[in-house]
Design a protein around this ligand. Structure first.
Ligand code: SF4
Length: 327
């Protein structure tokens, strides 16, 4: 046998870029914010916590724990206890606003679980799914994965102000990537994605094709390549602000890092931490839609809320499509 190595035979394999849909979405929205979130260490100081994130996290955790309760004990009477147990108090203007948010959240949950079969156990609740491509190691945490017939369905809870439609479900890169990852994790077909909007009790759904999923994956890989190139440029000495340009937009009003971003803070006024819970029925433009996952939740405090019911529609995070919290 010849001792001559074939060229490239033992080349190091290409390192995969580990990411979540949230990370990719962050780069697509604003490379500067991506740098602050994922590259700069120590991380620049963030602004104060947001009430809409607290509300979203509280609702998500209550639903997670509802499914974590034995089926025979799942019922509406359980909801106040679950919601209070992991309620996140941060970011609200005052106790009155927080109490109102609690009442709304409880009403959403009561309506929502009323439409669920308590005997129905999903395939996954806040389940991490993962997959690899030639360049990516993708992972993410899905709010819920249902089994319907032979197929899996991705379910993402939304607590934002705006009702969502099929275009939101179709266009969500995160949901498509979750479907791909769930398909590969469970070795079962998964093409349907759903946004369950709790404030209105509506479901926005889309059935992907293999081609539309592949298209989302190609775009994710392209975004990852851009992010990797920017990180390389930074390592090669390019100025940080040049490698990761700021992209001011209405999102700057809600950006955790606006205090360290002159471009963004000059372009858009800051929002109060509770602003997403107030205002017009359709909410201010450009608000984040991050109240969709437990990511970002900090302390949980059960005080400051009561168990009074009362339904009031329209609370939550304005804006349409979120990038799901990591996860
Ligand atoms: S303030 Fe705006 S431009 Fe600056 S990092 Fe945040 S989103 Fe980007």
């Amino acid at each position: 046998m010849s001792g001559v190595q074939q060229p490239g035979l033992f080349d190091a394999p290409q390192r995969l870029f580990s990411c979540t849909p949230s990370r990719l979405g962050s780069y697509e929205d604003c490379p500067r914010r991506y740098r602050f979130t994922y590259v700069d260490r120590p991380q620049p100081p963030k602004g104060p916590p947001w009430a809409h994130n607290s509300l979203g996290a509280s609702v998500h955790t209550a639903l997670k724990n509802w499914y974590g309760t034995p089926a025979e004990r799942r019922g509406p009477e359980l909801l106040p206890k679950l919601l209070r147990a992991t309620w996140v108090s941060e970011g609200y203007r005052d106790q009155e606003q927080e109490r109102e948010a609690y009442r709304r959240a409880l009403a959403w949950l009561e309506t929502y679980v009323d439409g669920l079969d308590p005997e129905d156990d999903p395939v996954g609740v806040e389940r991490t799914v993962a997959t690899k491509t030639a360049t990516l190691a993708l992972s993410g945490r899905v709010d819920r994965i249902d089994r319907r017939g032979d197929d899996l369905v991705i379910v993402d809870y939304k607590t934002g102000r705006s009702e969502l439609d099929g275009d939101d479900a179709r266009g969500s890169r995160a949901l498509a990537l979750y479907a791909i990852a769930a398909q590969r994790t469970f070795r079962r077909r998964c093409v349907r994605v759903e946004l369950h909007h709790l404030p209105t009790g509506t479901v926005a759904a889309h059935e992907h094709t293999e081609e539309s999923l592949a298209r989302h994956l190609r775009r994710a890989e392209a975004t990852a390549a851009d992010a990797v190139a920017a990180e390389r440029a930074l390592a090669d000495g390019v100025a940080p602000d040049e490698a990761f340009p700021a992209v001011p937009s209405p999102r700057c009003g809600w950006c955790d890092f606006r205090r360290v971003c002159p471009e963004g803070s000059a372009a858009w006024p800051a929002k109060e931490p509770w602003a997403a819970l107030e205002g017009r029925a359709d909410g201010p433009v450009g608000a984040p839609s991050g109240a969709s996952g437990p990511g970002g939740a900090a302390t949980t405090v059960a005080g400051g809320v009561d168990e009074a019911g009362g339904r009031a529609a329209g609370a939550g995070v304005p804006g349409a499509q979120r990038r799901p919290a990591d996860g």
